[in-house]
Ligand binder design. Structure first.
Ligand SMILES: Cc1ncc(COP(=O)(O)O)c(C=O)c1O
Length: 364
């Protein structure tokens, strides 16, 4: 069956940015808007990372290293694996999209929980594969039982967002392992761990250890969140050499620019700094969640750098608009598939105070 240009376009979900386009990052940095809509880090990159970016800037007349050798080598050292098993991408989003393009075609199935990361619906839309969404279970957790039951011979790609965006709920590595045991080898399991550093259930590297047991497992991570490098777009995946070859086969060369490569290669060396950032964010998580509870609001059990707030009787659109009037940007739940909610990222303490005060005022 031929699909027309118009039909193809119509099935694309369209991405909504967290703040209006045209808003310069400097304006956000100067404190005009409390930008709590995109799960970014409120902290600028480590000074050594800024230095590395400046150091690389003078050579911009050259294309970047197509193999990102330094960055992949440092990631391999950090995770005690071979560089051949590491893919880097223009954000982990690029790796997700390329994986779908390489692995899926019409007639195949892509399986994921919902609500989850708003990019996932792009994967079936782009490839023509069938989308299989499994609603989250009680408490906004992945329903692994129901997901396993949906796997068929046509399932090519299965996505697990852990911690899940937008709910923040987290499955411990042992549950992920038990799930992987049940999934047939023809299915690529993409474990999207953009927020894994913020969870306190397990050692964040426990899932990387699972790669030895499950050749069809891929772990995706990013420099956009706890490393404070969202503006550069750089993410990575650890999986099989075959997975890397598949991704490389379908995307453009040089997709990770030279500044991003230099920044990532430096940032990965500063794990103490990452630990400090994560600690500060967890302290904000505890404080914001307590304040929300004190307002009588229920939230999902978050292990990420954001809260998923059930608004109860309050009107989602009015709350989002009221917060925007007070210069606080949050994510509405409706486009993420769950009306009656908002998702708020933890910012710097003063931004979180602004958010809490504004929300309190609106709900009073
Ligand atoms: C679950 C999840 N995965 C991946 C990403 C994308 O990260 P990157 O900036 O590396 O493309 C995000 C970003 O918001 C996310 O929430």
């Amino acid at each position: 069956m031929t699909v027309t240009f118009a039909e193809k376009l119509a099935r694309m979900p369209g991405y909504q940015a967290g703040v209006p386009t045209g808003q310069a990052p400097e304006a956000i940095a100067s404190g005009g808007i409390a930008q709590l809509a995109s799960n970014e880090s409120p902290f600028p990159p480590h000074p050594k990372v800024v230095e590395a970016i400046q150091g690389a800037a003078g050579a911009m007349n050259r294309y970047p290293d197509p193999d990102a050798t330094l960055l992949r080598g440092r990631l391999a050292e950090r995770f005690e694996t071979e560089p051949g098993r590491i893919v880097v991408g223009n954000g982990s989003c690029e790796i997700l999209l390329a994986a779908a393009e390489a692995l899926c075609e019409p007639g195949d199935e892509i399986l994921y929980a919902w609500p989850a990361f708003s990019m996932y619906p792009y994967l079936p839309a782009l490839t023509g594969a069938r989308e299989m969404r499994v609603p989250l279970a009680e408490g906004d957790f992945h329903d692994l039982e129901a997901m396993a039951a949906e796997v068929t011979a046509a399932t090519q790609l299965l996505l697990i967002c852990n911690p899940n965006n937008p709910t923040g709920t987290h499955l411990p590595a042992a549950e992920v392992a038990a799930f992987c045991e049940r999934i047939p080898a023809h299915v690529t399991i993409a474990l999207d761990e953009a927020y894994v550093e913020f969870q306190t259930d397990d050692d964040p590297d426990a899932t990387v250890d699972l790669l030895a047991d499950f050749p069809n497992l891929v772990v995706l991570r990013t420099f956009s969140k706890c490393y404070g490098l969202a503006g550069l777009r750089v993410g990575y995946a650890i999986g099989s050499a075959r997975f890397r070859a598949a991704v490389d086969a379908v995307r453009q060369p040089f997709s990770v620019n030279a500044l991003a490569q230099a920044a990532g290669a430096e940032a990965i060396l500063h794990q103490d700094d990452v630990a400090r950032r994560v600690e500060t964010t967890i302290a904000e998580r505890i404080r914001v969640e307590e304040a929300l509870r004190a307002m009588g609001l229920a939230t999902a059990d978050t292990q990420a750098n954001f809260s998923w707030i059930h608004l109860g009787e309050a009107d989602e659109a009015e709350v989002v608009a009221g917060l925007a009037e007070r210069q606080v940007a949050v994510r509405p739940g409706t486009p993420l598939g769950d009306p009656g909610h908002i998702r708020v990222t933890y910012g710097a303490p003063a931004e979180d105070d602004r958010f809490l005060a504004a929300l309190g005022e609106l709900l009073a």
